[in-house]
Design a protein around this ligand. Structure first.
Ligand SMILES: [Zn+2]
Ligand SMILES: [Zn+2]
Length: 336
């Protein structure tokens, strides 16, 4: 009889024993590594959340897409994104980038009418009230300037014959009149603008380092022969107001260092035509809202609440529904 038959299997099969040991050793190590990795990840996530929460406890979830925002699709021919290749600006890019900082002594946005707005259908006082809710900064309308008091070049458009004013000259005139407490001053006119010889026209132009811009609302009038694509049929007042609200907030957004948005359908999307402007939303996407919040500081739920009320009073139902839904995000958070 073979004596080995009475010995334990591990004495007879040392290689098998070593193999089993190796398998168990590896499994235990893998489990320890996985557990530690999970722990480190959880700890890092909690640290980040705490840091953000401590900075603005009420604001965290407003920087996320709660399903209210639509990712940008492919650009159609002729649209801004089809013509210009731009860099997608993340929140972190924005923090590193150049911008104008509001300060205690320099925090008012001035709207400076140049020429008359009497027949425009636009209420500049209401536009300023809206901008104040949007940016959470003081916005004031200055007394209109008579264009005859300013020195600037003007021309008849060579193709259509309408009067046009040169933006470069108007910007320099505005800069000379910039109030000491101005965060920025936006010149507004109903007369068409052009930026230089090779151009037919321009909607507006700004120099962000000098904090002045000039914009013409003349082409936003759906009854004008220079306009088209009215989103509310021929409801002139509503169309004018909505277009002016979009352009004012978009251009001021650039003063805050917010570049054209490539994240979502957003007020900071680049626009190459009135049609694109009409299609883009008035609201900021979560990425750009976070930038504005970091620049001016506000309670996002209160901002949406105020905007919803304004939109409801102006009959801007789509915008009102959106703002109302987002304002409730704050209530849901605080009731959790
Ligand atoms: Zn722009
Ligand atoms: Zn955006």
């Amino acid at each position: 009889m073979n004596e080995e038959a009475f010995l334990p299997w591990y004495t007879r099969r040392p290689k098998l024993l070593f193999g089993c040991f190796l398998v168990v050793f590896c499994a235990v190590n893998a489990w320890i590594f996985y557990y530690e990795y999970q722990f480190v990840q959880r700890e890092a996530a909690e640290r980040t959340a705490v840091a953000v929460d401590e900075a603005r406890p009420e604001a965290v979830s407003f920087w996320e897409n709660d399903g209210s925002f639509t990712l940008l699709g492919d650009a159609k021919p002729g649209e801004w994104r089809a013509r210009f290749a731009e860099h997608k600006q993340s929140f972190e890019d924005w923090v590193e980038g150049p911008r104008q900082h509001p300060s205690e002594g320099r925090k008012t946005i001035y709207l400076q009418p140049i020429g008359s707005f009497e027949d425009s259908g636009l209420d500049l006082g209401k536009l300023a009230a809206f901008a104040e809710m949007y940016f959470r900064m003081p916005v004031a309308v200055r007394a209109p300037i008579d264009p005859a008091e300013l020195e600037f070049r003007r021309r008849k458009n060579p193709h259509f014959g309408q009067e046009q004013w040169l933006t470069e000259d108007l910007l320099s005139e505005l800069y000379d009149r910039l109030p000491d407490d101005a965060y920025a001053m936006l010149g507004l006119t109903m007369t068409d603008l052009w930026p230089g010889d090779r151009w037919n026209y321009v909607f507006g132009q700004a120099t962000f380092s000098e904090r002045v811009g000039v914009y013409s609302f003349g082409r936003y009038d759906p009854t004008s022969r220079l306009s088209h694509a009215a989103p509310y049929g021929l409801d002139r007042r509503k169309t004018m107001m909505l277009r002016a609200m979009k352009i004012l907030t978009h251009e001021t957004g650039h003063m805050f260092g917010i570049r054209h948005c490539l994240h979502y359908e957003c007020n900071m999307n680049g626009t190459n035509s009135l049609r694109e402007l009409d299609e883009q939303p008035l609201h900021l996407c979560p990425v750009d809202l976070r930038k504005l919040h970091a620049a001016t500081g506000f309670d996002p739920a209160a901002r949406y609440h105020d905007l919803a009320g304004f939109y409801e009073r102006r009959g801007l139902h789509e915008q009102a529904r959106f703002a109302r839904r987002r304002s409730r995000l704050g209530q849901e958070r605080s009731s959790r």
